[in-house]
Design a protein around this ligand. Structure first.
Ligand SMILES: Nc1ncnc2c1ncn2[C@@H]1O[C@H](COP(=O)(O)OP(=O)(O)O)[C@@H](O)[C@H]1O
Ligand SMILES: [Mg+2]
Length: 221
């Protein structure tokens, strides 16, 4: 059976990741791919409990980082790797880029330490495609205000924090141009969706071209 693909959705809070995730999953499912939507922190019963703590409980940056990696370890071992091995296309709301952006650039945690922890808990697991939803921090903040939902511990951070997070995301995109696709998320949702679809099409075409045909329709996906 063909190995699945991991697609991460990244960007600052309010960029529009969650809005696009379900649509992206439907878009892939319409192409006959088996998809799984998940998120970080979270995605397993244990990791969802850690998420609730991370979003609400005051804690320092190192504690936050360790809880995040504990959640990721559980998620990688119990959901992401098994799903990929079963041939599923995993769409994940945030992955390691978010750790470098939020805990690294945002909170000032040492990048080397973050990279070392990532290697320990996830090995060389890396997204096949990362969609980076890029918006200026002021626009993201305005969207969150309009949404009316209560702000979590991250969303309450000032715009200067999100400026650092966004800069790191963009630096990651420049350093990994084949993996990371920057989406101009300032646009209306339908236009953002078109950009997402184009990026998914490029990945599915690359995947189809690179994979030997195994069996008839319905097999090996
Ligand atoms: N392209 C867009 N234009 C305007 N508003 C948007 C757009 N995408 C999302 N929103 C709105 O912005 C808010 C944050 O979107 P959301 O998808 O939850 O962002 P994220 O998951 O990146 O934090 C929501 O209220 C959503 O309806
Ligand atoms: Mg979201």
């Amino acid at each position: 059976m063909a190995h699945g693909k991991l697609i991460s959705f990244e960007g600052i809070d309010g960029a529009g990741k969650s809005t696009q995730l379900d649509h992206a999953a439907r878009c892939l499912a319409a192409r006959g791919l088996r998809t799984r939507v998940t998120r970080e922190p979270g995605g397993t019963p244990l990791a969802e409990q850690l998420r609730a703590l991370l979003l609400a409980e005051p804690m320092d940056a190192i504690t936050e980082t360790l809880l995040l990696f504990a959640a990721r370890r559980d998620h990688v071992e119990r959901v992401i790797r098994p799903a990929l091995a079963a041939g599923e296309w995993v769409l994940c709301d945030r992955f390691f880029d978010a750790t470098l952006a939020y805990q690294g650039a945002g909170r000032g945690v040492a990048e080397d330490w973050l990279r070392g922890l990532q290697a320990q808990i996830a090995g060389d697991l890396e997204p096949d495609l990362t969609l980076l939803f890029d918006v200026p921090e002021a626009l993201a903040a305005a969207r969150l205000r309009h949404s009316g939902a209560a702000a979590d511990r991250f969303e309450r951070e000032p715009e200067t924090f999100f400026g650092r997070v966004r800069s790191m995301y963009l630096a990651r995109a420049r350093a990994a141009q084949t993996r990371v696709c920057v989406i101009d998320a300032r646009a209306p949702a339908e236009q953002v969706t078109s950009q997402v679809e184009a990026a998914l099409t490029r990945l599915t075409e690359r995947s189809a071209a690179g994979r030997p045909v195994s069996g008839g329709p319905g097999e090996g996906r």
